[in-house]
Design a protein around this ligand. Structure first.
Ligand SMILES: *Cc1c(COP(=O)(O)O)cnc(C)c1O
Length: 474
C-alpha cells in the first residue's frame, strides 16, 4: 500500500464534533461532562489517524463511527475508574502494608458511612452543649482495654512516637538500647524520628546485649526518657540480653525519668487464647510500669490507620497541648471506625468471628485447604493450556512487623506455567500479570518458579471464582 492512499483513508475519519453528536457519545457527555468526553474523543481520533497512517487499509475498521464510539466509552471508563481500588490479598501476609494492612469489620464501616455524609458531634459535647474533644470518642474504650489513666490518638504510630518524643524530650536525651534502633519499612528509622522530634539519641549497650547498668550509666542531667522499642520485624537470638519493661521501669523511677515503650503492633488482647503466639499487650506493658505506650491501630488491633499514646494522665495532658498534635489529629471517619473496633475488643469471646484480622489469623489450615481444593479445578480450567494448578501446604505470615518469625500453617493454589519455548520465567510473569489484570486484581507471591496464592485471607470465594473467567494470560 502506497503512502498516496493514506490521505483518502484519513478523510474518512469523522471530526471531533461529529463524534460528540453521536447518540452513544451524547449520553457519555451527560454522565461525565463535556470536557472529559471531548478529551477522550480527541485521544481516540488521534490514535485512529496514527494507526491509519501506519497500517493503511488494515486499520480502516477502527475508523467507523461505531468502533470509535465504543473506544471512546472504553477510554472514559478506564480514565474515570478510581486509582485506589480493592484487590484480593493472597500474598500470605495478613497485615500487608502495601495492600492497606487491616481489613475493617462491618460495624466500623457502617460507623464511617454514618458520619461521612453530614455533620457530626466530632468536637461537640452533646450533654453540656459546648465544645468537646475529638479524642473523647475513643479514649474511654482505650482506658478500659488497657488500664491506662489517659490516652490520645493520632494518625499512626510513627506520629505517636514523634509527638511523644517532641513533647517529653525536646532538646533532651533519650536512652535507647543499640539492639532496638530499628528501621521499619525504610521510612521509619528510630534514630531519624528522634532527630526530627528534636531529641538527642543516647545509645545504650550493644547490638546483642544491653543491661540495666548500661541505662544507669547513660543517665545524665539532660536525660528525659528511657525508650524501649519493640523489635517488631526481627529478633536477636543467641547470646543476647535486653532489660525487661518491669526492671527498666523501676530504674527509670529511681532516676526520675519516664519510660516510653513503642510497642509497634500493640495488641489489646491475649493472642494465646486464639491459638496465636504471645505478643506483649498494652495492658501488660503498662502494668509492668511503662509510663507511656505507643502502638498502631491497623496492625494486630485490626482497625483503621491510627496511633494511640496511652499511659500516665500528666504526660498525656502535656502531649495533647503540643501544637504538633493538631497536625497529626484523626479525621471523623477514622475516629468512627476506631471506636467500633475498640468496642468489639470489649467482647473477646466473639472477637475472632467479628474482627477480620483476627479471623484471618486464626483460620485453621484444614479449612483453607478445603477451600483450595474447591477452587483448584476452576482455576485450572481457566488457565487451561498455559499452566498447571496444585494445592499445596504453605506458611502465612502475620506481617507489618508483627511476630516476624512466627509462621501460620496455611494452604495455597500453586500455579506453574507449562514450559514452552519462550521460557518459564516469561510465562510466569504473564500469568502473574493476568491475575493483576482481573476486575478485582489478585495479588499472590512468586516462589521457586511458581505463583503461590495463599488463601488464608480469601473470604469472598464466589467473587474470586466468578471473575476467573476473565483470566487471559496473553
Ligand atoms: C509499625 C511500627 C511503627 C510504625 O507504626 P505505623 O502505625 O505504621 O506508623 C513504629 N514502631 C514499631 C515498633 C512498629 O512496629
Amino acid at each position: 500500500m502506497g503512502s498516496r492512499d493514506v490521505p483518502s483513508i484519513q478523510a474518512a475519519v469523522p471530526s471531533v464534533d461529529r463524534v460528540l453528536r453521536l447518540t452513544a457519545v451524547r449520553s457519555l457527555i451527560e454522565t461525565h461532562g463535556r470536557p472529559v468526553a471531548t478529551e477522550a474523543v480527541r485521544a481516540v481520533l488521534d490514535d485512529v489517524r496514527r494507526r491509519l497512517s501506519a497500517e493503511g487499509e488494515a486499520a480502516r475498521p477502527l475508523s467507523t463511527q461505531k468502533a470509535i464510539a465504543a473506544r471512546v466509552l472504553a477510554t472514559i471508563e478506564e480514565r474515570s475508574a478510581p486509582s485506589l481500588r480493592p484487590v484480593f490479598n493472597l500474598t500470605g501476609t495478613v497485615l500487608h502494608t502495601n495492600l492497606g494492612r487491616a481489613v475493617l469489620p462491618p460495624e466500623a464501616i457502617k460507623a464511617m458511612v454514618a458520619v461521612a455524609g453530614g455533620p457530626s458531634n466530632l468536637e461537640f459535647d452533646l450533654d453540656a452543649g459546648r465544645r468537646g474533644e475529638r479524642d473523647d470518642h475513643v479514649e474511654d474504650f482505650v482506658l478500659r482495654l488497657t488500664g491506662a489513666e489517659a490516652a490520645c490518638v493520632v494518625n499512626n504510630n510513627a506520629a505517636a512516637v514523634l509527638l511523644t518524643l517532641n513533647t517529653l524530650a525536646l532538646r533532651k536525651e533519650v536512652a535507647v538500647s543499640r539492639g532496638e534502633l530499628i528501621e521499619i519499612g525504610g521510612s521509619f528509622r528510630m534514630p531519624d524520628i528522634m532527630a526530627r522530634a528534636g531529641s538527642r539519641l543516647r545509645e545504650v549497650g550493644t547490638t546483642n546485649r544491653t543491661h540495666a547498668k548500661d541505662y544507669a550509666a547513660a543517665v545524665g542531667s539532660r536525660t528525659a526518657l528511657f525508650m524501649k522499642v519493640h523489635t517488631s520485624n526481627y529478633i536477636v537470638e543467641g547470646f543476647s540480653t535486653a532489660v525487661p519493661v518491669g526492671e527498666l521501669a523501676a530504674l527509670a523511677r529511681d532516676h526520675g525519668v519516664a519510660l516510653v515503650v513503642d510497642l509497634g503492633s500493640g495488641t489489646l488482647i491475649d493472642l494465646d487464647r486464639y491459638g496465636l503466639p504471645h505478643e506483649p499487650t498494652v495492658a501488660e506493658t503498662l502494668a509492668q510500669g511503662a509510663d507511656l505506650v505507643t502502638f498502631s491501630c491497623d496492625k494486630l488491633l485490626g482497625g483503621p490507620q491510627a496511633g494511640i499514646i496511652a499511659g500516665r494522665a500528666d504526660l498525656v495532658a502535656r502531649i495533647r497541648r503540643n501544637p504538633m498534635k493538631r497536625a497529626m489529629r484523626l479525621d471523623k471517619m477514622t475516629i468512627a471506625a476506631l471506636a467500633q473496633v475498640l468496642r468489639l475488643h470489649t467482647d473477646p469471646d466473639r472477637l475472632a468471628e467479628r474482627l477480620p484480622t483476627l479471623r484471618h489469623l486464626s483460620r485453621p489450615a484444614e479449612e483453607i485447604e478445603a477451600q483450595a481444593r474447591r477452587l483448584m479445578p476452576i482455576l485450572a480450567g481457566c488457565l487451561a493450556e498455559t499452566a498447571t494448578v496444585d494445592v499445596s501446604p504453605c506458611q502465612s505470615q502475620i506481617g507489618s512487623g508483627s511476630l516476624p518469625v512466627e509462621r501460620l500453617p496455611s494452604a495455597a493454589l500453586v500455579i506453574r506455567p507449562v514450559t514452552g519455548k519462550r521460557g518459564s520465567g516469561a510465562a510466569l510473569k504473564r500469568i502473574v500479570r493476568a491475575l493483576r489484570g482481573l476486575p478485582v486484581p489478585v495479588i499472590g507471591r512468586m516462589h521457586d518458579g511458581a505463583c503461590i496464592l495463599d488463601l488464608r485471607c480469601l473470604e469472598d470465594e464466589a467473587a474470586f471464582a466468578d471473575q476467573l473467567v476473565h483470566l487471559r494470560p496473553a
